[in-house]
Design a protein around this ligand. Structure first.
Ligand SMILES: Cc1cc2nc3c(=O)[nH]c(=O)nc-3n(C[C@H](O)[C@H](O)[C@H](O)COP(=O)(O)O)c2cc1C
Length: 169
């Protein structure tokens, strides 16, 4: 149970609450003039089926913010449970060195994707909204690569792990 106290929000209280929000770990990538950029991201949500679209929240200080804003292309790589180390190594490296870990290939629009991921969404940015420190990219999914048998990598409470359905051992 919670503390039972509804408190005026501050950043610490907000962060404690958001640690309870589970998300699949993704590597969001873009390609600008043939150069690859990317970052780990969990602020990714399905928006609608018709048109198939997602939103991705990117901090304006992130190195890929400029490239994705200009190219208007992005790929959401939803990672598999075996790819936790890949995510950590990717985020720890600077710039294009990130693509030195994992087996990256060029997909539609030259977008970098990792074929062993649980799913890859190849998107065109439809609209953007700046809010606070972030830009919200509304992106139309143009192509998809997905394998429903692959278990996704989940991020919750600052940790990566798997999803355990109710009733399972
Ligand atoms: C698990 C995880 C999830 C993250 N989710 C986001 C996100 O949704 N949006 C965002 O802007 N940054 C997110 N970050 C932080 C960015 O990945 C990080 O700030 C980014 O790599 C920027 O670094 P750079 O400027 O060196 O590219 C996340 C980091 C981790 C480890």
């Amino acid at each position: 149970m919670g503390s039972g106290v509804i408190a005026a929000v501050d950043s610490a209280g907000f962060k404690v609450a958001m640690r309870q929000l589970a998300a699949t770990v993704t590597l969001v990538t873009t390609c600008e003039d043939g150069a690859w950029h990317g970052m780990p991201a969990t602020a990714v949500t399905s928006v609608s089926v018709e048109p198939p679209s997602v939103l991705v929240c990117v901090n304006r200080s992130a190195s890929m913010h400029g490239p994705v804003t200009r190219s208007r292309k992005l790929c959401v790589n939803l990672l598999a449970i075996q790819q936790a180390d890949l995510c950590s190594d990717f985020g720890a490296r600077p710039g294009t060195q990130r693509f030195g870990v994992g087996t990256w290939q060029a997909g539609p629009d030259g977008l970098p994707y990792i074929a062993e991921a649980a799913a890859c969404l190849f998107c065109t940015v439809y609209d953007t909204f700046d809010y606070g420190t972030h830009t919200i990219f509304i992106a139309k999914v143009e192509h998809v690569l997905a394998d429903a048998t692959i278990e996704p990598l989940v991020y919750l409470a600052g940790q990566m792990g798997g999803f355990r359905p109710l009733g399972s051992a």
